[in-house]
Design a protein around this ligand. Structure first.
Ligand code: AMP
Ligand code: GLY
Length: 424
């Protein structure tokens, strides 16, 4: 197999490493990749926005399979362009990627196909007054969401009517989220433990991978601002065996059917963000791709042939037996730059990545390499990921934090409580 992987984050490094260990692989190119993927694959410096160049590269290099990591190229239609060029692609069409790109679309399908999710109403910019009237009628807290992709910032939990009115103003009057905020979803607040689950699918049939739990806030005990993700662990005990069945039957199956009936069959990794409520699992959001940092902890838990799983899905007939859960546990802790998710400085040397224990991996996110040295180059810098053969989260946590002690850069920050909810 000659494979192209699109992406440059910690998730994409984790995917690259999983692919690189497969005996079916002849050559792996990563577009554009990072200094971590450079150690295991061929980085190709093409912008992920340059769809024409990506297509030509794939044609010239006889690529058998393209795997798309981030949402942006998918919502922009890269998978369609590559398929039109005759390539096999693991990743949804632009139309199917709307499940992440347009929250109102996702909510409408969930309503139509009776998929459990928070109750909601949708309002356009033109219906500002109507939206305010609605805010008078509902109970609090409530959740206000910008319809489009707003770099993880478009979700506001409003404790009171005043907070909610401010949030609406941010979207409709101050246009803080650009056109992503021209439409908003106002939805019921749900409480419970959150879980993320990936469904690998050929559009019809699917395989659920072990569920993970993300840690979105910057500080311990879920305090402070939302980030791109400060750590994750898997499997999460908050999803029981019967929950997996429920999620398959009540969420994934009807959603895939809905998307097919909309003329938008979904081929790729459907990310399902769930709230495990007293009434059972309810959908918080869908994403059209592998999650970050959940992928970092799910990959070490898969035995078997991951390339076969993705390739069979992309060709329309998933081989669900290609991979299986290996019975282990994994914890990923993100080390970030001081100041992130606000302003931060970069360019600090990273030390201590040599001689880490065998049961850890370091995935690169915001890292630049110069003359053999590594420097910070982003908000989220690196992901330390540990894994244990048995499902022993406590041990996996211990190993991850032991490894972190050896690593340093100026201003390094990380949470100390990744996986604690599961351990309590
Ligand atoms: P999203 O971008 O949709 O994943 O939302 C970001 C975060 O906001 C989620 O991970 C939840 O913690 C929270 N959230 C979103 N929707 C709800 C909801 N309806 N009830 C409670 N929390 C929510
Ligand atoms: N971990 C959340 C996401 O990938 O969107």
């Amino acid at each position: 197999m000659r494979i192209v992987l699109i992406g440059s984050g910690g998730r994409d490094h984790a995917l690259a490493l999983k692919l690189a260990g497969n005996s079916a692989l002849e050559k792996l190119f990563v577009i554009p990749g990072n200094s971590g993927t450079r150690q295991i694959a061929w980085n190709i410096p093409i912008s992920i926005d340059d769809h024409d160049k990506i297509l030509s590269f794939c044609m010239e290099h006889d690529i058998n399979l393209v795997i798309v990591g981030p949402e942006k190229p998918l919502t922009d239609g890269l998978a369609d362009k590559l398929r039109e060029g005759g390539l096999r692609v693991f990743g949804p069409s632009k139309n199917a990627a709307r499940i992440e790109g347009e929250k109102s679309f996702a909510k409408r399908i969930m309503k139509e196909y009776k998929i459990p999710t928070a109750g909601f109403e949708i309002f356009d910019k033109e219906n500002y007054e109507e939206a305010i009237n609605y805010l008078h009628k509902i109970s609090y807290p409530t959740v206000i969401k910008a319809d489009g992709i707003a770099a993880g910032k478009g979700v506001i939990i409003a404790e009171t009517f005043d907070d909610a009115r401010e949030a609406l103003k941010e979207c409709f009057i101050n246009c803080s989220f650009g056109s992503a905020g021209d439409k908003v979803v106002i939805e019921e607040f749900m409480s419970g433990q959150e879980a993320s689950i990936f469904a690998i699918t050929d559009g019809k049939d699917f395989l659920l991978l072990p569920a993970a739990q993300d840690h979105k806030r910057i500080f311990d005990e879920d305090r402070g601002r939302n980030t791109g993700g400060m750590g994750a662990y898997a499997p999460t005990p908050f999803v029981s065996d019967s929950d997996y069945d429920l999620i398959a039957d009540k969420v994934i199956e009807p959603l895939l059917k809905g998307l097919r009936e909309e003329g938008a069959p979904f081929i790729g990794c459907l990310y399902c963000g769930l709230m495990m409520t007293d009434e059972g699992p309810k959908v918080v959001e869908f994403n059209c791709r592998f999650g970050d940092p959940e992928t970092q902890v799910v990959m070490p838990l898969l035995d078997g042939d991951f390339i076969e799983l993705l390739n069979s899905s992309a060709s329309g007939r998933i081989n669900k037996k290609a991979v299986r859960y290996n019975g282990g546990a994994s914890v990923c802790v993100v080390a970030s730059s001081k100041g992130y998710p606000g302003k931060y400085e970069k360019g600090f040397e990273i030390c201590g990545l040599e001689n880490l224990p065998e049961s850890t991996k370091v995935y690169f996110a915001g890292i630049r390499e110069e003359n053999g040295k590594l420097f910070t180059d982003g908000g989220r810098v690196l992901n330390i990921t540990s894994f244990t053969e048995k499902n022993d989260l406590r041990e996996a946590k211990r190993i991850a934090y032991e490894a972190l002690k050896k690593i340093s850069f100026e201003g390094m920050h990380y949470r100390l409580d990744i996986s604690d909810k599961a351990l309590k």
